[in-house]
Ligand binder design. Structure first.
Ligand SMILES: Nc1nc2c(ncn2[C@@H]2O[C@H](COP(=O)(O)OP(=O)(O)OP(=O)(O)O)[C@@H](O)[C@H]2O)c(=O)[nH]1
Ligand SMILES: [Mg+2]
Length: 207
């Protein structure tokens, strides 16, 4: 039932420097399995690049004929205050919201996370992940209406045995790239144009 997990043995610097880059954030209550989902995908020991409150995981993925550098942003602790710093949301291209199928409160709290997400990022693709299904497979027969009501894709996942982990991330990376190429948020469009313009002016300043 588990997906095959594609391991990346070591960092390929060329791919890492890929032009296309997306930021994907994870939201959800403490201990729902956010970090474990990412770790399962990466199959490698994480590289901790930032502070106590934030861990940044680097990943490369193929989307069509392009190599995409993916930054997964994960928190360590701040979600216990039921709110994230605005910089966490800044320029995110997609969001993965996780709850624990064994703790109802984590499902209820999705509404708060989603509200906060939409205050900062009204248009980015988002999905709902029901994690820890290995602990009780019967939950996959239950319906969790929150995602449907909000029109969000929904995945039953187990970070422990890998079920649906790769599928979920692959689809979300595709959607993040898609969003980056066709932002529906006006501010994002402006920032995207500005970035292209700045990269051109960098190139010319080399001459
Ligand atoms: N049975 C089972 N346990 C899981 C699964 N995913 C995570 N866990 C366990 O749940 C606990 C929390 O997992 P984390 O990945 O650290 O959760 P988190 O959401 O990153 O937690 P914080 O960083 O504290 O916010 C750990 O003890 C994991 O081993 C899963 O799919 N199945
Ligand atoms: Mg964590």
């Amino acid at each position: 039932m588990a997906d095959h997990i594609g391991c990346i043995p070591e960092l390929d610097q060329k791919k890492y420097d890929a032009r296309e880059q997306v930021k994907i954030i994870c939201l959800g209550d403490s201990a729902v399995g956010k970090s474990n989902c990412i770790l399962k995908l990466l199959c490698v020991r994480p590289q901790q690049l930032s502070t106590y409150a934030l861990t940044l995981y680097k990943h490369t993925a193929s989307v069509g004929n392009k190599t995409v550098a993916v930054d997964f942003w994960d928190t360590a602790g701040q979600e216990r205050f039921q709110s994230m710093h605005p910089s966490y949301y800044h320029k995110a291209h997609a969001c993965i919201m996780v709850f624990d199928v064994q703790r109802k409160i984590t499902y209820k709290n999705l509404a708060n996370w989603y509200k906060e997400l939409r205050e900062y990022r009204p248009e980015i693709p988002c999905c709902v992940v029901a994690n820890k299904i290995d602990a009780d497979l019967k939950v996959t027969q239950r319906s969790f209406s929150f995602a449907k009501k909000q029109g969000l894709p929904f995945y039953f996942v187990s970070a422990a045995d890998g079920t649906n982990v790769v599928k979920m991330f692959r689809e979300m990376i595709n959607r993040a790239v898609d969003y980056k190429q066709n932002p529906s948020d006006f501010m994002d469009e402006v920032l995207e144009e500005l970035e292209v313009w700045l990269s051109y002016s960098d190139t010319f300043s080399d001459f």
